[in-house]
Design a binder for this molecule. Structure first.
Ligand code: 26Q
Length: 836
């Protein structure tokens, strides 16, 4: 193979001895001007803000880079244990403001930009979101690496550098329109390409066995096609602590060998086309969509991530320890973000045995000791299974290894439960009956020493249900790690006014120790403090209204209750239940039942997977209902329903500070954790929610009085399924009948006959898995309690303060501390830095 390699031996050290860059206005301004004028070649006549954004980002990026190198060297010098967060998704959002906050140069930059006549807010808005994730799982990975850097833990994120991230959503005639998200179009100043760490990943071919010079059996994977994985590194700064960790994203590229055969045969076009096959691997992020299951391209993506990342780690290891793997497991740990990177279990076995010559047993001990698996869903349709035939074709050696892992594992199961053949069939990594499939969750469990869920209820349900057999075999391996969110982005950065009020009141320690927010609780009793809090919240609502005004074409009334549900559109999340309540309010207005009316703006946002028919129809339904309500003069300011298009990280940064009420209304037992619920709580919104996911823990922290609870419990949900009769529930509830009648008579689809029949049929079906009708009455009653509370401004503000005050648990600093104490066991490394 003949692709170019770069020398990895380091150049003479004096090349990189540089003076520290100044963090003051003078130095930053000088650098900004140099980048703007020299590197980018712009002058005062340039009308585009983009270059000012780039110049500022480059000046800041330099300051990250010098800390980045120091961190790198500190880790190397300490020879410390390291962890790697393997994830197909890192939903980073924007970088500029976050870098400014974490470097502690917010005020300096504001001043420099102001003096140059530039509006920093406008520059920030110029940046495209890095939307390399679907939702919760991808954003969790981004929050995790922020916390790792803040806790000074040597953790590297490994992922894929998709050319196209999560599609961008627009709405036309109420329907979702997807367009590709070419987020790299204007370049990405934050990443650096590192050709010198390029790895090669194999696909296809077959295996051959031979006996080596020592008489041991060796397997070779031959006649395969090689693809290059080129790393792009992004610096991940900790909060004002000098640490800068790494997010390493792989881009697929063709090797130079790809074209030789075709090229020599004179077939130039064929040769270039082959190049595409390689480069397509990291072209696009897969939407979270059951219809996309089993696609070969997705398996290629997963394997590229696993193989390139593990080779990268092993290359560094061998560089220091040669082929001595004695301490490898004591010094390295891989956290698998769901089953998406779980092929790593087999790949690590392959690399240790076939490339580094370890025995099966030695390799297996290392694999189990280094791998840990996090599960993010209980929905059976979301569990990953790969066709054995596909795997044999694409990754023949990997399939052999999985068969061997399974054979050895089932021997253990048989020894523990002799004669229990049902159990053997249930626990096999290979699903039989029909097309053979590999169950990736089982591979992840068997190949790991830790399996965790992401909220207390979810972890419990994993042990009792989905993974019960495995729990019986290895109970000590199962644990919970309740999710969190980073308070830097989700409070300090996105809600500066509230952050300032908090800091003025209790000091700034909360930014890195969120439990200190508890100190706010006594202030909830002080009228003067409540007034200040209320004012800040109202300002945040106004900011949100201003931000939305242009695309909405009308103003929202900031005195109304802002009732918000933003998340992916999914039946289990029950956006439909939300709309049923809105229709109920509308119907009351039309009937004149409006004594003590509380004005409300209901905001709903989220993307539907492109192949998820029902989710798309729900978006259409929300928009049609909104159209009727918002154009009815009798409704006026009493009620508004707004669909927020293109919900994404940077949108949430504006939405969550301006929310009064946070809708977390999934069918109990279905939402693994939720993390939007935590962002809202932290920013002082009050939750209306079911006993599902982390809602349970939110309610525990804030207390029953400061949470609007409704709905069936998980146990009741499983119980009612056997005798669920939505039609009789409708017949016994006059309000619900009126709501259903409005929908059924076509009030919301007058010129589009039958388009909502599927929604009506689902709601009325005894087999509706989401039991929407079952929770209607309880939801309506809880919403009445919301209104009573909201009418009493003092009470509402007190509840709001207490929600923020009690949100300390939901910092990813706490979550990551638990991962580290119980799974990774890393020592924090202090990075020496002069300035802080
Ligand atoms: C599967 C097959 C093919 C293509 C894509 C996928 C795929 C992609 C993304 C499947 C699932 C996901 C993402 C899942 C996710 O975001 N789960 C959420 O994880 C959060 C963090 O733990 C939880 O808070 C949410 O409850 C959970 O829904």
């Amino acid at each position: 193979m003949s692709h170019r390699r770069f020398k990895t031996s380091s150049p003479k050290s004096h090349i990189t001895t540089l003076p520290d860059l100044g963090m003051d206005e003078k130095h930053i301004e000088a650098d900004f001007k140099r980048y703007y004028g020299h590197r980018l070649g712009r002058d005062e006549n340039c009308m585009s803000l983009h270059y000012a954004y780039e110049a500022l980002s480059l000046a800041i990026s330099d300051r990250l880079t010098e800390r980045w190198k120091k961190t790198y060297n500190a880790y190397k010098d300490e020879d410390c244990k390291r962890a790697y967060y393997l994830s197909m998704e890192f939903l980073m959002g924007r970088t500029l403001s976050n870098a400014m906050i974490n470097l502690g140069i917010n005020d300096v930059i504001d001043k420099v930009m102001y003096d140059l006549g530039l509006d920093i807010e406008e520059l920030v808005e110029n940046e495209a979101d890095a939307g390399l994730g679907n939702g919760g799982l991808g954003r969790l990975a981004a929050c995790f690496i922020d916390s790792c850097a803040t806790l000074q833990l040597p953790v590297t994120g490994y992922g894929l550098r998709y050319e196209y991230g999560m599609f961008s959503q627009s709405i036309n005639n109420g329907e979702q329109i997807e367009s590709p998200d070419h987020w790299l179009r204007n370049g990405n100043v934050w990443e650096i390409e590192r050709l010198e760490y390029t790895q090669t990943v194999k696909f296809g071919g077959h295996t051959e066995t031979h006996i080596d010079e020592n008489g041991t059996k060796r397997v070779c994977w031959v006649d395969s096609h090689a693809v290059l994985a080129v790393p792009y590194d992004t610096p991940i700064p900790g909060y004002q602590n000098g640490t800068v960790n790494t997010l390493r994203l792989w881009k697929a590229a063709a090797t130079d060998e790809f074209d030789l055969e075709d090229f020599n045969a004179g077939d130039y076009a064929e040769a270039v086309a082959a190049k595409n096959t390689a480069e397509n691997i990291t072209m696009v992020l897969y939407p979270n969509d059951a219809n996309e299951n089993g696609k070969a391209l997705r398996l290629r993506q997963q394997y590229l991530l696993a193989s390139a990342s593990l080779q990268d780690v092993l290359q560094t290891w061998v560089g220091r320890h040669n082929n001595d793997f004695t301490d490898f497991a004591a010094k390295n740990c891989f956290q698998l973000n769901d089953t998406h990177p779980s092929i790593s279990v087999a790949e690590l076995m392959r690399l240790l045995m076939d490339i580094h010559g370890l025995s099966w047993d030695a390799a297996w001990t290392i694999t189990r000791r280094t791998m840990a698996y996090t599960n993010h869903t209980l929905l059976p349709e979301a569990l990953e299974k790969w066709s054995v035939n596909l795997m044999k074709e694409l990754l023949p050696r990997i399939m052999e290894i999985i068969f061997e892992i399974n054979a050895r594992f089932l021997t253990k199961v048989a020894a523990r439960w002799p004669g229990d053949t049902d159990r053997l069939a249930r626990m096999s990594l290979i699903e039989e009956g029909g097309e053979q499939k590999v169950c990736m969750a089982y591979l992840a469990i068997v190949g790991s020493h830790s399996v965790n869920g992401v909220a207390v209820l979810h972890s419990k349900l994993l042990q009792q249900g989905l993974f019960h057999d495995f729990y019986e075999l290895w109970p000590e391996q199962f644990n919970n790690k309740t999710n969190g969110v980073t308070p830097r982005r989700w409070l300090a950065m996105c809600n500066p006014e509230l952050a300032k009020l908090i800091t003025d009141t209790i000091g700034d320690g909360w930014v890195t120790d969120l439990s200190l927010l508890q100190k706010l609780a006594p202030f909830a009793e002080k009228k003067a403090f409540r007034d200040r809090w209320y004012k800040v919240q109202q300002n945040a609502k106004q900011t949100l209204v201003d931000y939305k005004k242009q695309e909405l074409g009308f103003d929202l009334n900031v005195n109304a209750l802002f009732d918000v549900q933003v998340k992916r559109i999914h039946e289990y999340k029950r956006q439909l239940l939300n709309v049923l309540h809105v229709i109920h309010l509308y119907e009351r207005i039309k009937r004149g039942d409006t004594v003590n009316w509380v004005e409300r703006c209901v905001l709903i946002g989220g993307k539907a997977a492109p192949g998820y028919f029902m989710a798309k129809r729900i978006i259409k339904f929300i928009n049609n209902v909104a159209n009727v309500i918002n154009n009815d003069p009798k409704v006026g300011d009493k009620l508004k329903l707004v669909f927020l298009p293109n919900y994404r990280v940077s949108a949430m940064e504006k939405i969550c500070p301006g929310a009064d009420l946070s809708e977390q209304i999934s069918t109990a037992g279905k939402e693994a954790s939720g993390t939007g619920n935590m962002k809202f709580m932290m920013n002082g919104a009050i939750t209306i929610g079911t006993l599902d996911g982390a809602n349970i823990e939110i309610r525990e922290e804030v207390g029953d009085d400061n949470f609007f609870l409704f709905g069936l419990t998980e146990v009741e949900v499983e119980d009612i399924r056997h005798h669920y009769d939505p039609i009789s529930i409708i017949n016994q509830d006059e309000d619900l009948q009126r709501v259903m009648n409005l929908i059924e008579c076509g009030h919301f689809n007058q010129f589009e006959p039958h388009i909502f029949d599927c929604i009506i049929d689902l709601l009325k079906s005894p087999n509706d898995p989401w039991l929407t009708i079952a929770d209607f009455r309880s939801f309506i009653n809880a919403q009445k309690q919301v209104e009573i509370a909201y009418r009493d401004k003092e009470r509402w503000t007190r509840m709001s303060i207490l929600n923020t005050a009690c949100s300390g648990k939901f910092s990813t600093d706490r979550t990551i501390t638990e991962y580290n104490d119980e799974i990774w066991k890393l020592t924090p490394i202090h990075v020496d830095n002069n300035y802080n």
